[in-house]
Design a binder for this molecule. Sequence first.
Ligand code: G3H
Ligand code: 13P
Ligand code: ZN
Length: 330
Amino acid sequence: MVSYKELGLVNSREIFKKAIEGGYAIPAFNFNNMEQLQAIISACVETKSPVILQVSSGARKYANQTLLRYMAQGAVQYAKELGYEIPIVLHLDHGDSLELCKSCIEYGFSSVMIDGSHLPYEENIALTKQVVDYAHQYDVTVEGELGVLAGIEDDVQAEHHTYTEPDQVVDFVSRTGVDSLAISIGTSHGAFKFTPEQCTRDANGRLVPPPLRFDILKEIEKRIPGFPIVLHGSSSVPQEYVDKINKYGGKLKDSIGIPEEQLREAARSAVCKINIDSDGRLAMTAAIREVLATKPEEFDPRKYLGPAREELKKLYMHKTQNVLGSAGKA
Ligand code: G3H
Ligand code: 13P
Ligand code: ZN
């Protein structure tokens, strides 16, 4: 068992408190390899932003639990070496069992999500409370979820949103003891969040998705003032990456994300953690495709992973500076 504190990591408690008070959100960027980790840390050090390194169960299997523990420890040292200490959280994304959460805590995670959102309400409460009771013994913070996002949540599939029911949040939060709550107000996972039929078109013919349900968010905030709220599925799916991917042989059709202005608005509220994975996947894929297509003679992975890492860093800096407002808050 290694405590996250020995690795130099922090849990999410303090940074969430400051984020709510300051009207910004902490980025939770998913990663599973070295280049992504380098890009996240260098972008957040350069913009002086706190950061949540987020690992899904699939990513943990992909990268290996032991390597991840040392990568997180390395990330803390790397940030120091770059010249500025930032708060770094290592967080399990969409944990689906007590066993998985326990194992992550044993390997140095400072925060876990237990996603019982697909379970009947009472079962969600029971499972979430079990995880909270265990995690709090180690001062590890826990994120729960109420309401179901449309799309695919790891093993959980939901065809339609079930928006979070504001009348349930007080009961859920008080009976489970969670430290933060992920809610469903219209975001969803992946690069295809809306069908074109759900969208309208702007003057340039670009698809504009339906707005997030800020009315539900407000109702939730009224019920649990100052309580940390989390938004999953918050990639914006930048069109330039989709265009570049398609220009260089990709096949992405009707990729639509959450407009950045809406995320900025959410970040000003009690939303203090915003999850972004797909945008990083798109940035990386676009950069790699461009190199492979324009320089077919290259076969050194550094020659395409290097530009991908640069593109990721640019994306993450943009998110902290212009979308989440977390730049300068570390
Ligand atoms: O919410 C899901 C995240 O984007 C992680 O996706 O399970 O494919 O690693 P993944
Ligand atoms: P995106 O697919 O919109 O990046 O959402 C990621 C996420 O919510 C990870 O938990
Ligand atoms: Zn998610």
